[in-house]
Design a protein around this ligand. Sequence first.
Ligand code: NAI
Length: 319
Amino acid sequence: MSAVSFKNRVVIVTGSGGGLGRTYALEIARRGGAVVVNDLGGTVEGSGASSTMADQVVNEIKAAGGQAVANYDNVATTDGARRIAATALDTFGRIDALINNAGNFRASWFEDYTKEDLESLITTHLIGTFNVTQAVWPHMKAQHYGRIVFTSSSAGLFGHEKLSAYGAAKGGVAALMNVLSEEGESHGILCNGLMPNASGRMTLRAGEKMSPEDAKEAMANAAGIGNSMEPIFNTGIAVYLASEDCRSTHSLYSACRGRIARVFIGVTNGWQGSCEQPSTVEDIAAHFDQIRDLTHGFHTPRSPSEEHSIVASQVAAGT
Ligand code: NAI
């Protein structure tokens, strides 16, 4: 298999001044890509700003002979997002891929999350991803080529206590990926999501907020984990999804202790009620096990109309 190359490709990696994003930026640059290293440079909660983090990564890339430019804008503002895209265009003349990775972190029991926490998390993760994606979209559409990676989280898609606002923001990012995949595919823009797992300042903060039961479970899970919580264990899949070699779209992937897997939303065969008379509450109660049953398979519709087709086929087949 030939090496995956980023020669002549320009990639924006948001939040790449540290943690996971830094490893993505270094790897893309190592493979010949020109990288916009965006980072606001604030705290893990999302306060403050500094140019140091992005500058350090740019220096690292340049010292290794790669091409990179720093950008210190906030993804959460439309003007900031426009300047991130403009940095790529002004410096390197094009935008081929975007890895939406920037994010902040706050954890609380649901009743303790403040409106400010919620706004900060939704604005950074969901609105930030929306903003930067919207800023690069017309350029990708015009060149009929683009790769966009959306960073979601198992905390939102699987569920995790004390992360209601964070998880809701990350669930929104996955939903945005689903919709934009449908809008982008005919324009050569492929969109995929990634649920990473890595130790770093974010997981450190999550650990501090863990209940004793969760901490105990985490300790038990740590057996055999090796080095696989290093950020670099997520880099291969993130960089592949941003590459020309990637043909996947409308899909979500999880990186977890060295295992890379696809995550999907599935629909069971369910129970077929009448199309003439609505089912009653008692009908639902009587068929609830069948509605939930996973043992007879499931479907993974890509759109509302595909779900309609699946149900219509089941009815026609009498299943
Ligand atoms: P990190 O805190 O080390 O990196 C996030 C980077 O984003 C920081 O360098 C930060 O300065 C930057 N940033 C924050 N707000 C920004 C803004 N408004 N504009 C521009 N830059 C901003 O965290 P880590 O662990 O590397 O996480 C990266 C992404 O992966 C985040 O989106 C996070 O939510 C997600 N994620 C991480 C997991 C993990 O296990 N570490 C698990 C699931 C998701």
